[in-house]
Design a protein around this ligand. Structure first.
Ligand code: NAI
Length: 325
């Protein structure tokens, strides 16, 4: 099989070459993202391999089909960037449902601890031999209420981590897991009671702007928001206003609504055009990482292994169990 690999980063290549090579696959690595203008690069290939910020809308699907591409192999779990209803009956789509839920859950906790214990500030201070503690007061996690939205693979691991810290965990899920021992509440109750809220649900029409101008007022004053799921769960402009109004105590974001234009790229020395992102980053109580939560060695190996297995199963007319359509 020949596979056009879009949005390639240097850390993607070794594992894909290893697992793909073992199975007779040839990857053509392109740095550019997949969109209507770049789809032609896939000419001569059997499948495309894409990531979270590639565009897989109806126009791109039509173009891929006209080139004879038979499969879209997502090397990620989320698939909100794919028009699945259009893809159905036109092209096969498979994903990697889990590569390391631990990586994401652990990153969420790392962000939280960094934020509330001011580690990011302390790190910079001590490098400059500034050993003052002024302004570094944090708060204990023990005894605080954590609200978890989405109790799938990542959400549940995160719940266990929080329990290890002695937190009270409440959760909301559209499809609660019966017999899981999770204390489920309705979303508005979770918003009202939580000292910290962590988002682990997919981005859908229903979850789009779950945190918005209308819902921010329901949150506990000083709440800490953690988003390692998808940026558009939170209306970024409303978040900024909530922070300015001191309604939101801190925000830790591994994902951002408009991240497709900036994340994964080096813009140091450039002037950032996105005023909301620039203003958020300027806030002392906002931490942004650039969709990094998944980035562990374990996860990269799992991503490559599962993606190659999905491609292989498709080429043999078998089911991998990871098909979306
Ligand atoms: P999962 O599919 O195991 O769990 C998702 C949970 O969300 C399920 O329990 C589901 O019932 C629930 N859910 C669905 N619709 C909902 C709604 N309207 N309201 C509340 N809950 C709802 O997914 P997993 O593996 O736990 O991943 C969660 C999310 O994390 C993914 O959708 C993806 O967007 C994001 N992710 C982020 C990564 C990163 O590097 N930052 C890496 C991997 C995933």
């Amino acid at each position: 099989m020949r596979i056009a690999f879009f949005d390639t980063k240097s850390y993607d290549i070794p594992a894909f070459e290893e697992y793909g090579g073992q199975n007779g696959m040839k990857f053509k690595f392109f740095e550019t993202k997949l969109n209507e203008d770049t789809a032609d690069l896939a000419k001569g290939c059997d499948a495309v391999c894409v990531f979270v910020n590639d565009t897989v809308n109806a126009a791109v699907i039509d173009k891929l089909c006209s080139l004879g591409i038979k499969m879209i192999a997502l090397r990620c779990a989320g698939y909100n960037n794919v028009d699945l209803s259009y893809a159905k009956d036109r092209i096969a789509v498979a994903r990697v449902p889990a590569y390391s839920p631990y990586a994401v859950a652990e990153h969420a906790m790392a962000l939280l601890l960094t934020s509330i214990r001011r580690i990011h500030k302390a790190y910079i201070r001590t490098r400059d031999f500034n050993f003052s503690l002024n302004g570094l007061t944090g708060f204990d996690l023990h005894g605080k209420t954590m609200g978890v939205v989405g109790t799938g693979k990542i959400g549940r691991i995160f719940i266990n981590i929080c329990r290890g810290f002695g937190m009270n965990v409440i959760a909301y899920d559209k499809f609660p897991a019966e017999g899981s021992g999770i204390d489920y509440v309705e979303l508005d109750e979770l918003f009202r009671r939580s000292d910290i809220i962590s988002f682990h649900c997919p981005l859908t029409e229903e979850t789009y702007h779950m945190v918005s101008k209308d819902t921010i007022g329901q949150l506990k004053k000083g709440v800490v928001l953690l988003n390692t799921s998808r940026g558009a769960l939170i209306d970024a402009e409303a978040l900024l206003e909530g922070i300015k109004a001191r309604q939101i105590g801190a925000a830790c974001l591994d994902v951002y609504e408009e991240e497709g234009d900036v994340f994964f790229n080096d813009f140091s020395g450039h002037i950032i055009a996105d005023d909301v992102l620039a203003r958020l980053i300027s806030m002392p109580n906002v931490i942004v990482t650039s969709h990094q939560a998944f980035l562990t060695e374990e996860a990269l190996n799992n991503i490559a292994e599962t993606t190659v297995a999905n491609l292989l199963a498709f080429s043999k007319g078998e089911k991998s169990g990871n098909e979306l359509c």
